[in-house]
Ligand binder design. Structure first.
Ligand code: WTA
Length: 662
């Protein structure tokens, strides 16, 4: 489609009606049906969620109470007294339901020829063996197991093996570097770490085990490391601590029918760290019963999942999207889930489309940043492939700009498929505001309406209702997918609720005259780079730890491809010179400590920071300058030394025009 046509469509502000084909068999067939369910869920939330939990999962013992609340402490226990096991729900029960030999997991390696497929039966056998092995390594119910692994089937097997024995898995994105990995292992006090020799990145092995070795010296909780051989790389194996994964699978003294632990619905299923508002990552905890119910429930309705669908969520399992929509949601429903090890543009920018064609993918769930990058290389790459198997397209991770939305619908969706934008967070467990493919009239760029039972609202700073102006996006009623707590940090958990007496998402949003929600992005100190949530203070503390740095302030900067990128303002200690060498060194420090995704796009040296009379950095102004807005700073009377801003603006202009800041 030509750029003019995209522009016309956007200015016409058309809305897009759901497809007719597929509607009659959809889980939710019309907006009226959606509204009726919403009314039911609102009038009788316990009845609504109880019915869903019963329909979707197998319970060893039914619950006594759908929701046990202690609103004072913001403590919510879903399905209290109920017992179940997540691995049993994701595997065992499908073995007797006619799905035993169905493909549970199709894995496409980075190389085209590398494909592995696991039926539910095959998944069962490997999960049992690894569960049995973990148990022989003395991992017990409630113990933490850290997974620092590439996108290989063993990662999913490890998660389910933990779930089987009731151990709490905590996945660490394989792109994290030293500090990111260390802080997560230390916070969770993991007993075992599962890793691989290396991850494959654009044809080259990128070491994981070798990264881990020095980190483990500072992680006394770790007794054993299990290593998957992914890339035939030479690694150091400490004979008392390290074991090969394949040796465990070959060990026939291990139990191939390892029993499931019966878990309380409110036992923790996993921890997943997200970037908190402090330098320390926040260990978001999810409970077995509520989370799994919500994962299965939203997967079924938002993606209209049917038994013969091939479903592909492209997220890394190291993030919540991979947990809920590659692993737990689809497997709980007995679906076929696709996992891809590589990246969209290596060796050529047609990998996604070739995988869609190869496995006849029906449902594709990806991120705006991917769409923008593939849009940039042109649609000729899409035209070589038969994408006619696709039925539903999804988007997650950041606001999808209407241009990307239109391109996705036109070139991938044949001008007819619904593009489902889904808003949610690590803390919410699953999609909260999302269109329903056969029910919702779509507006490009809007995540549309809250799902049934989700009481979302946009309020102003003082908590009063706000409609077409932007405000804080909050959720007023508990829902089963909500986090259970923050690991080892109850104050942090409370802080999500204290300001509004309801769950505060940290995102800004706006509701339009038709009731559609438009997400405006983070209003706390997080940055969303290519859909990855990073904390400004985590990056600031890494920069500030450098001996030549006095102070650092990190803010988001709008970026065409990544959505946002990182802009760092840095003041140096007295005699340190502003040099290119130091700039490079500081970027390297962040890259090495947190990981490449946290590398600042721009580092600007400044003489001093804009501060209030009480010495607080005024980030609001720094954000504006980074975004290229050099005036309208609002109330500047708080600024102790107004001339500071002129120097910062001049420096920023210079840098953006390719000159040093002074
Ligand atoms: C952002 C990822 C706009 C948002 C599932 C949120 C979105 C943060 C959308 C959570 C969307 C996610 N539209 N913004 N559809 N989806 N976000 O915890 O700022 O990695 O707060 O969870 O991503 O990121 P997280």
């Amino acid at each position: 489609m030509s750029q003019e046509r995209i522009t016309t469509l956007l200015t016409e502000q058309r809305s897009y009606v759901p497809p007719v084909h597929g509607k009659s068999t959809a889980w939710i067939r019309s907006h009226e049906e959606y509204e009726a369910i919403c009314r039911k869920a609102q009038e009788d939330p316990d009845g609504f969620w109880g019915t869903r939990a019963q329909q979707l999962l197998h319970w060893f013992r039914p619950w006594n109470q759908v929701l046990k609340s202690d609103p004072e402490a913001y403590k919510y226990e879903w399905f209290a007294g109920g017992r179940l096991n997540a691995a049993f729900n994701c595997i065992d029960r499908h073995l007797i339901s006619g799905r035993r030999n169905k493909a549970a997991l199709i894995w496409q390696g980075e190389r085209e020829s590398e494909v592995r497929c696991y039926t539910y039966q095959m998944l069962y056998t490997e999960v049992c063996r690894i569960a049995s092995a973990l148990s022989s390594l003395r991992v017990r119910k409630g113990d933490r197991v850290a997974l620092y692994m590439p996108m290989i089937p063993e990662l999913i097997i490890a998660m389910l093996a933990c779930a089987r024995i009731g151990a709490i898995h905590t996945t660490i994105f394989s792109g994290y570097a030293e500090g990111g990995v260390r802080s997560r292992i230390q916070d969770s006090k993991a007993k075992v770490v599962i890793t691989a020799d290396a991850a494959m990145r654009a044809g080259k092995p990128k070491p994981l085990k070798a990264n881990l070795d020095p980190i483990l010296e500072k992680c006394p909780s770790v007794a054993h490391v299990v290593v998957v051989n992914r890339a035939n790389q030479e690694v150091n194996m400490d004979r008392r601590r390290d074991i090969w994964w394949h040796d465990l699978l070959d060990d026939f003294t291990l139990d191939a029918d390892f029993p499931c632990e019966s878990m309380d619905a409110n036992d923790t299923l996993f921890l997943l760290h997200t970037s908190g508002s402090t330098g320390k990552p926040t260990g978001v905890m999810h409970a077995t019963g509520g989370y799994l119910t919500y994962a299965a429930h939203t997967t079924q309705w938002v993606f209209d999942m049917r038994d013969d669908d091939v479903y592909w969520c492209t997220a890394d399992v190291g993030w919540i999207t991979g947990h809920t929509y590659m692993v737990y949601g689809p497997l709980a429903l007995g679906a076929t889930t696709v996992m891809f090890e590589g990246v969209p543009n290596w060796p050529k920018p047609d990998r996604y489309w070739s995988i869609v064609e190869k496995f006849r993918v029906n449902i594709l769930y990806t991120a705006p940043t991917v769409i923008r990058s593939l849009m940039r290389v042109g649609e000729a790459w899409t035209e070589r492939y038969d994408l006619s198997s696709l039925r539903i397209l999804g988007s997650v991770g950041e606001p999808i700009n209407p241009e990307a939305w239109m391109w996705y619908r036109t070139h991938i969706g044949r001008d007819e498929l619904p593009v489902i934008d889904t808003w949610w967070q690590t803390e919410t467990g699953g999609a909260m505001i999302a269109a329903l493919p056969y029910a919702t009239k779509l507006k490009p760029g809007s995540a549309s309406f809250p799902l049934p039972g989700i009481d979302a609202a946009v309020v102003s700073g003082d908590g009063s209702e706000e409609s077409d102006e932007g405000g804080h996006l909050i959720i007023r009623r508990p829902w089963p997918g909500m986090m259970q707590g923050v690991y080892g940090n109850p104050e942090k958990y409370r802080s999500y609720f204290e300001r509004f007496g309801a769950y505060q998402s940290g995102d800004g949003a706006r509701v339009d005259e038709d009731g559609y929600f438009w997400i405006l992005g983070r209003i706390d100190d997080s940055i969303n780079v290519s859909g990855h949530r990073l904390s400004t203070s985590e990056i600031e503390s890494v920069l500030a730890a450098h001996p030549q740095v006095a102070e650092a302030a990190v803010v988001p900067m709008p970026h065409d491809l990544k959505g946002e990128s990182i802009y760092a303002y840095v003041t140096l200690v007295d005699d340190a010179p502003w040099s290119e060498a130091l700039r490079k060194e500081l970027r390297d420090v962040v890259r090495r400590d947190i990981g490449p995704l946290a590398t600042p796009e721009i580092i600007q040296f400044v003489g001093s920071m804009p501060k209030t009379c009480s010495g607080k950095i005024i980030r609001r102004m720094l954000r504006k300058v980074a975004a290229g807005v050099y005036e309208d700073f609002g109330d500047v009377t708080t600024l102790a030394h107004p001339e500071v801003m002129d120097a910062i603006i001049a420096g920023c202009r210079n840098l953006k025009e390719g000159r040093p800041e002074r």
